[in-house]
Design a protein around this ligand. Structure first.
Ligand code: ATP
Ligand code: MG
Length: 313
């Protein structure tokens, strides 16, 4: 069991609204509504907790509506190291129609000022030692620059933590320069961050080689149902998930990241690490939520994952 810190700088309350059919501009009646505490680092923490690890969660949380987060942290036994900032944590609204179409409306979230950023750094200086790894996941809130993220990652590395980064856009580009230990972009995110396509295996291998040179040890590139390619100092591996019926892809990337981190921190073989991580991600896709609800089902999914050495195509 490892002690893991996850950072969610821009968490969200997910509000799922179920309706038969969305009629824009009209009064719509919802069949059901659910709210839950979300954000990529919080999601990763939940999967890691399912895998038996001890979690501290941190980042920025709006002081006006922390209840759903606080309840989740108590329920899951997470140490709560979130900095409270004035205002409300944003809501991400998902309008889910019965034909499976989902319309997303994502809120802006609170502005995070320099004092709050400083407070988070101070908190991390205190709590980071003693953790084996830190996962920094999701987008940046208003007021936080990619350069600040880069400095944060460098500091976390200096504090002796293995840093796993999962973000996108300018934040990913700036974060890469800090040389995190592990990254898990999808192909689109990595293409955007590197400003060159990384779709073919040859392109991915070349990009991974450049990233290794700047200190990124594990380059895990996901590509939805096509699976995942993993480049490290060991021979590169590809995993293809079994076919599953898709209930919701929410948490797929977070589950994959949690699974890879779990295997690496547990000393599992690379093959087993990737097999289980891919099965956990497939399990996320096959349910409305995510997480390891059924160990037997996970074992069965693991059997269905194909892992093979990656040769350039
Ligand atoms: N339809 C699917 N069937 C099986 N597995 C899937 C499917 N979609 C995604 N996965 C698994 O989840 C992993 C992550 O998915 P994806 O590449 O879409 O990540 P992502 O874009 O980062 O997702 P997220 O939106 O959660 O951040 C994939 O590598 C794959 O193993
Ligand atoms: Mg993702």
């Amino acid at each position: 069991m490892a002690k893991i810190l996850t950072l969610t700088l821009n968490p969200a309350l997910d509000l799922t609204v179920q309706l038969a059919r969305l009629e824009p501009g009209a009064v719509n009646r919802s069949q059901a509504m659910y709210t839950h505490a979300a954000g990529k680092g919080v999601n990763v923490a939940q999967v890691l907790a399912d895998l038996g690890h001890q979690l501290t969660v941190s980042g920025f949380l709006g002081a006006d509506n922390p209840q759903a987060f606080e309840a989740l942290f108590v329920q899951r036994g997470f140490v709560d190291a979130f900095i409270r900032v004035p205002g409300q944590t944003r809501s991400n609204i998902k309008l889910a129609e019965s034909d499976g179409r989902v319309t997303d409306v994502n809120g802006p979230g609170p502005e995070v000022d320099e004092a709050a950023q400083h407070a988070l750094l101070e908190r991390l200086e205190q709590i980071a030692p003693g953790h084996d790894a830190v996962v920094v996941a999701g987008s940046l809130p208003r007021g936080v620059s990619p350069q600040w993220l880069q400095a944060l990652l460098v500091r976390l590395k200096d504090l002796g933590l293995k840093v796993a980064l999962d973000t996108s856009g300018d934040a990913l580009r700036a974060g890469l320069a800090a040389g995190p230990w592990l990254i898990k972009p999808n192909t689109e995110e990595l293409t955007e961050a590197l400003l060159s396509p990384v779709l073919s295996v040859a392109e991915q291998a070349a990009a991974a080689q450049r990233l290794h040179a700047q200190g990124v040890e594990h380059v895990v590139i996901s590509h939805g149902a096509d699976g995942v390619n993993w480049f490290s100092s060991a021979p590169a591996l590809q995993a293809v998930p079994p076919k599953v019926s898709v209930a919701s892809t929410v948490g797929a990337g977070d589950s994959l990241l949690a699974g890879v981190l779990h295997g690496l921190l547990s000393g599992d073989s690379a093959e087993q690490t990737l097999r289980r991580a891919t099965a956990i991600a497939a399990m996320a896709v096959s349910q409305i939520g995510f997480g390891i609800s059924d160990a037997a089902q996970l074992a069965q999914l693991e059997q269905g994952v194909r892992v093979r050495p990656l040769t350039e195509q």
